[in-house]
Design a protein around this ligand. Structure first.
Ligand code: B16
Ligand code: MG
Length: 232
């Protein structure tokens, strides 16, 4: 069995922190007279904190001084962290522990590849920190998703060739990053949003252990995807 590098995004893959990001951004945006919808919020998934605020201000046609911009980013994070503070293991998305434990039992290296600067805190809150051999988060990258840097750094830390890595992602920007890194991209969520992914599953309950075995056995690669009975 080949050693692969399994890289997991955090928000939307391991836990659903998107709802907390949305609440915190919504409150902050309201304060500066900007409103945005849950549909627009989709575009903030996988996107850095700074880029998210830039987008929100753009939607509301607002410009701010650098000082005010930085102040709002800190305020948003403070508010967001009040939700994170109360997070518990129960918030781990269905079948995530099953998949992580299976891969660990097969001695496969696991990494986190997230845009969030709070990834460490969140993993600690839900007791998953020790499952990962490497953590690459928003503090460790210069250019965010869709740039592949986050996933390439994770592959390097795992000591696995990027071609032997598999990325689980819920955001369009993250799928683009995985593809740019020449890794197998697995979308978690909606097929219509994640149509650039090699495979898409609604959530981890849809991913069988046989599918994971097939990845490890090189039966599933970027090239063979069209031969398999996948929605794509
Ligand atoms: P923070 P992921 C991303 O996490 C979120 O999807 C995105 O909405 C957020 O803006 C970004 O992290 C930065 O988060 O403010 O905590 O640094 O999906 O890449 O795990
Ligand atoms: Mg995500």
């Amino acid at each position: 069995m080949t050693k692969k590098g399994f890289i997991f995004d955090l928000d939307g893959v391991i836990v659903d922190t998107a709802k907390y990001h949305f609440l915190a951004w919504k409150k902050l945006a309201k304060g500066v007279g900007v409103d945005f919808t849950e549909i627009q919020n989709e575009q903030l998934k996988g996107v850095s904190r700074q880029k998210s605020l830039e987008k929100i201000l753009e939607w509301g046609n607002k410009t701010l001084s650098e000082e005010e911009f930085n102040r709002l980013m800190s305020l948003k994070n403070e508010d967001y962290l009040t939700y994170v503070e109360n997070m518990k293991e129960e918030e781990i998305l269905p079948d995530v522990p099953k998949v992580l434990n299976f891969l660990i039992s097969k001695e496969q290296p696991l990494a986190l590849g997230s845009a969030s600067k709070n990834a460490h805190t969140i993993l600690d809150k839900v007791n998953l920190l020790e499952k990962f051999d490497a953590i690459v988060d928003g503090n460790g990258v210069k250019i965010g998703k869709p740039n592949p840097e986050v996933f390439l750094n994770a592959a390097k830390l795992l000591g696995v060739n990027p071609n032997d890595c598999i990325v689980f992602e819920d955001a369009k920007a993250g799928i683009e990053a995985a593809n740019a890194a020449h890794m197998i991209s697995i979308g978690i969520g909606d097929q219509s949003v994640l149509n650039e992914a090699d495979y898409v599953f609604k959530d981890f309950t849809e991913i069988s252990l046989d599918f994971l075995e097939d990845i490890m056995a090189n039966k599933i690669t970027k090239q063979t995807k069209t031969n398999l009975s996948n929605d794509k």
